[in-house]
Design a protein around this ligand. Structure first.
Ligand code: S3P
Length: 185
């Protein structure tokens, strides 16, 4: 990636030495690919959303409804730090908004090799059209407009990941292989 703002420190580290963090939009496949990758690499897998939800004792939706987005983001921050303090060489999938936050992005890029699963509008639309109703970021919005808006607003931040993998219709093992290949380049 040609972005001079990316902290390149970790980008060339060997895959066996460091945490891998999958970032990108909802529906880009972070959790599915992350789980697959963790099995392939024999690593522990963490899903930040799931950890936040377990810590709060309720679903992400309920956290947004009861406590608001700001508190959810604080939860992401706290739990991410906790995971990275206690674990190493893990595969981590982070919710779509986590990498947009400057502090979280810095923590992720300083402690992990970050990989942006870049899925286009058509791909995300197909994957989210039947389940966006239950996602807090879409509540009260027109689905198409909101999806377009989030993709457009977030792109510049996702571009700050160390690596980008174009997702399109690729199968999970293909995406995982592309990620592993990044470390052999
Ligand atoms: C969010 C994405 C979700 C979850 C929350 C907010 C976002 O995670 O963290 O609903 O702001 O994009 P996934 O990307 O894993 O669906």
């Amino acid at each position: 990636m040609n972005n001079f703002l990316v902290d390149k420190k970790n980008s060339k580290r060997k895959i066996r030495e460091i945490n891998l963090a999958l970032v990108g939009m909802m529906g880009s496949g972070k959790t599915t690919v992350g789980k697959y990758l963790s099995l392939k690499l024999k690593r522990k897998f963490f899903d930040l959303d799931q950890e936040v939800s377990e810590a709060a004792g309720c679903s992400i939706n309920e956290i947004f409804e009861k406590y608001g987005e700001k508190n959810f983001r604080n939860g992401e921050n706290r739990i991410l730090k906790k995971i990275l303090k206690n674990e190493n060489k893990i595969v981590l999938s982070v919710g779509g908004g986590a990498f947009i936050d400057q502090e979280l992005r810095k923590i992720i890029n300083n402690n992990c090799v970050s990989i942006w699963l870049d899925a286009d509008f058509k791909t995300l639309h197909k994957r989210l059209k039947n389940n966006h109703q239950h996602r807090p970021m879409f509540k009260g919005h027109d689905f198409n407009n909101r999806l377009n808006e989030l993709i457009a607003k977030r792109k510049e931040f996702y571009e700050l990941a160390h690596h980008k993998i174009i997702v399109k219709n690729s199968l999970i093992p293909e995406i995982a292989s592309k990620i592993i290949d990044k470390f052999n380049e």
